[in-house]
Design a protein around this ligand. Structure first.
Ligand code: FE2
Length: 307
C-alpha cells in the first residue's frame, strides 16, 4: 500500500502525477515541487551520483569536473534548481528552467538563446538506473548543467539558439508551402544531428587523451567508459559535412563519435553551421534519423510566421 502510494506521489519518470496534471493543463514551464520527491527518488539520485564519481574523474573533460565543483551539487540529495542557479548564473548567465516534458525544437533552442536550459525534474526509477529513453533530472542537471559553467560552451549553446532563428528567417522567405516544409525538415535534421554528436555525445582532445564532454555520455555509467575505451567505437575528428549527414539511433550505445579540439573549436563550428544554413548547404542533407516531429516542425513554422 505504502509502496504503491509513494510511487504515485513521487516524481518518478513516466509515473509522476504532478507532471501528468501539468501536461493535461498545457503547462510546459513549471516549478519544481521539491516536497514531492520520495525517499526512493532521493535514493536513485544518491546511487546514480555515487557510481558516476569515479567515472567522471577518469573520463570527463576537466571543465566538467570543475563545473561539478562550481555548482556544489550534493551527492546525497536531488538538487533544487534555485540552488543550482544561484551558483550557475553568476558564471555564464545560464539558468536551469523546470519543464513538464518535451520542448518543441524551436522553443528549446530559443530558450538556449535566452540562456535558459529546459530541465526535466523527474528522476528515473531506482530499479532501472541504466537505460532510460527519456531525459531525467540526473541527465539534465548532472550531465548537462556542469558544462554550462564554461563560458565558451555556454556561448555555443546561445549560438544554437541563433541558428534556430536564422532557420525560421530563411523559411519565412519560402512561399511554396511544400518546399518550405522540405527545407525546414532538412535544416532541422542537420541541427539535431550536430547537437547530438556534440552537445550530447561529443568527445574532446585533452593532450594525448580523449575526454568526454557530451551530456548523454556524462550521465551514463556504462557508455562513458565504452565511448573512450571500447575498440568497437569509431572515433573521428569532427567534420561538419559528415556530422550533418550522419543518422543516429538513440536506443543503443553510439558506435560512432566525433572529436573536437576545444570549446572554441566547437563554438566556431556552430558559426560555420549557421553560414552553411544561409548558403543553402543544409537544404538537402541525407534522409534518415532523426525523424522531425510534427510539433518540432510547427514550432519553427510559427516562429517563421513571426519573423
Ligand atoms: Fe540531453
Amino acid at each position: 500500500m505504502t509502496g504503491i502510494h509513494s510511487g504515485a506521489e513521487g516524481l518518478t519518470t513516466t509515473r509522476a502525477q504532478f507532471i501528468e496534471e501539468a501536461q493535461a493543463t498545457g503547462q510546459l514551464y513549471i516549478h519544481q515541487p521539491y516536497e514531492l520527491y520520495s525517499e526512493a527518488n532521493q535514493e536513485a539520485w544518491r546511487r546514480l551520483f555515487a557510481r558516476m564519481e569515479n567515472r567522471w574523474r577518469r573520463y570527463a573533460n576537466p571543465r566538467f569536473l570543475q563545473g561539478i565543483d562550481n555548482l556544489c551539487l550534493d551527492p546525497a540529495r536531488i538538487p533544487r534548481l534555485e540552488d543550482v542557479n544561484r551558483f550557475l548564473s553568476p558564471l555564464t548567465g545560464f539558468k536551469a528552467k523546470a519543464v513538464s516534458g518535451y520542448v518543441p525544437a524551436f522553443m528549446f533552442f530559443d530558450c538556449l538563446r535566452n540562456r535558459e536550459f529546459p530541465t526535466t525534474i523527474t528522476i528515473r526509477d531506482s530499479e532501472t538506473l541504466d537505460y532510460l529513453p527519456e531525459p531525467d533530472i540526473f541527465h539534465d542537471i548532472a550531465g548537462h548543467v556542469p558544462m554550462h559553467t564554461d563560458r565558451a560552451f555556454a556561448d555555443t549553446l546561445v549560438r544554437f539558439g541563433d541558428c534556430a532563428h536564422t532557420a525560421a528567417d530563411i523559411v519565412s522567405t519560402v512561399s511554396d508551402e511544400k518546399e518550405r516544409i522540405r527545407r525546414l525538415t532538412s535544416i532541422q535534421k542537420a541541427l539535431a544531428r550536430f547537437f547530438w554528436f556534440t552537445i550530447e555525445f561529443g568527445l574532446m582532445r585533452d593532450g594525448p587523451d580523449l575526454k568526454v564532454y557530451g551530456s548523454g555520455l556524462l550521465s551514463s555509467y556504462g557508455e562513458i567508459a565504452h565511448a573512450i575505451d571500447s575498440p568497437e567505437v569509431q572515433r573521428f575528428p569532427v567534420q561538419l559535412e559528415w556530422v550533418i549527414n550522419q543518422y543516429f539511433e538513440i536506443d543503443h550505445y553510439q558506435p560512432l563519435l566525433f572529436i573536437v579540439d576545444s570549446f572554441d573549436h566547437l563554438y566556431e563550428l556552430v558559426g560555420t553551421l549557421e553560414q552553411w544554413m544561409k548558403q543553402g548547404k543544409l537544404d538537402n542533407v541525407s534522409p534518415g534519423e532523426p525523424a522531425v516531429s510534427e510539433s518540432d516542425l510547427r514550432s519553427f513554422l510559427e516562429a517563421a510566421e513571426r519573423a
